[in-house]
Design a binder for this molecule. Structure first.
Ligand code: ACO
Length: 325
């Protein structure tokens, strides 16, 4: 019996031109390249130009994904933009992306789950595509975290960067067996008891300001590996796949130590882990599609490969997606 699945048609990304190295940061705050690399694996990050908005980054990534998949923008009937740094409080930046692509039909909305935004968006879009209501969707993760950082706080400002990534998904009938391409399973979780461990201290209803990112780094780190590996075990249980079956592990790129520890705990071989945090920093909802794009472009991820995605972020929110590329 065939099964309707959300199959990847293409992917793309966009990084702002400006690169800020650890040495650049060490000129304005009390930090060092050695400290940042040792604790996080981050060497540099991209920072959006003053006139570049989250929607500009998202549109560039969406165009690249459409071109990569040879998809006509006019065939897209759903756009979901995962972001915590929208252009405005409202309307959703996704409608700016829609207009930017010249689209006037279908639906577009933003989704906010901080660093888990892309896996939350994938799960949401997968559900909508599999109802048969929508046929082709753009899932975008785009962030300008540089705008919500306190650049005098060395414990947070060294960790994040700006960027965007996108994939095009299409509802396709698949055979209903182990050869199926597309999203195979999605698992989402949240626990609001942890909301003060990683948050922004402003907002329209509370302070009427945008606010700055605040984080208890050690507390986030303490929970991260256990939460990530737990939800991935759910994905394995749901599909019958194991760590040995995975071709590529593309985790949220927050910290190299979290990525390495998670892969080790799950028994995923180091050479199967896609790590871009060194070049991009933590780009929140953009980090997974940015990393996917790197591994597709350099020839690692190929059609038919089994790809495991995971993310964990503010809320806490966390989740995992298993798909066949
Ligand atoms: N440069 C130099 N020293 C620093 C810096 C810096 N940039 N930042 C902190 N330090 C100092 C601290 O002041 C502290 O000094 P002290 O011992 O004299 O008090 C010392 O380094 C150790 O600080 P810790 O915070 O304990 O360092 P830790 O080893 O925990 O590393 C880090 C900090 C990198 C933030 C780590 O805790 C981490 O990665 N946590 C997870 C963060 C994360 O993944 N966040 C993203 C979640 S995704 C999302 O939703 C946004």
């Amino acid at each position: 019996m065939t099964v309707l699945r959300s199959v990847v048609l293409g992917c793309g990304s966009y990084l702002p031109a400006k690169v800020v190295t650890n040495a650049d940061l060490a000129r304005t705050i009390d930090t060092s390249d050695e400290w940042i690399v040792q604790r996080t694996g981050i060497h540099q990050r991209h920072i959006a130009a003053n006139n570049e908005l989250t929607s500009d980054l998202a549109i560039a990534a969406a165009r690249a994904a459409l071109a990569n998949g040879h998809v006509d923008a006019q065939t897209i009937d759903l756009i979901v933009l995962a972001t915590s740094t929208p252009d405005n409080t409202f309307p959703a930046s996704a409608v700016t992306v829609q207009t930017g692509l010249g689209l006037t039909r279908g639906a577009a909305f933003d989704l906010q789950a901080v660093c888990s935004g892309f896996v939350y968006a994938l799960a949401t879009v997968d559900g909508l595509l599999r109802t048969g209501t929508y046929k082709r969707a753009l899932v975008v993760g785009a962030e300008t975290f540089s705008r919500i950082l306190d650049w005098s706080d060395r414990t947070t400002c060294v960790l994040f960067g700006d960027g965007a990534g996108a994939i095009v998904l299409e509802a396709q009938q698949q055979p209903g067996n182990r050869e199926d391409r597309g999203i195979l399973t999605t698992h989402l979780r949240s626990d609001g008891r942890h909301k003060t461990k990683l948050y922004v201290d402003g907002g329209p209803s509370s302070t009427q300001t945008v606010g700055h990112l605040r984080m208890e780094g050690r507390a986030v780190f303490k929970h991260a590996v256990a939460m990530i590996t737990d939800v991935i075990e759910d994905a394995f249980r749901a599909t019958g796949y194991t760590a040995a079956d995975i071709d590529w592990f593309v985790p949220h790129q927050a910290n190299k130590r979290i990525i390495d520890d998670s892969a080790h705990k799950l028994g995923i071989a180091t050479e199967k882990v896609v790590t871009t945090v060194g070049q991009h920093g933590n780009t929140s909802a953009a980090s997974i599609p940015l990393a996917l794009n790197v591994a597709v472009k350099d020839g690692r991820i190929k059609k038919g490969d089994l790809v495991l995605l995971e993310a964990m972020g503010g809320g806490f929110t966390w989740g995992a997606t298993l798909l066949r590329w």
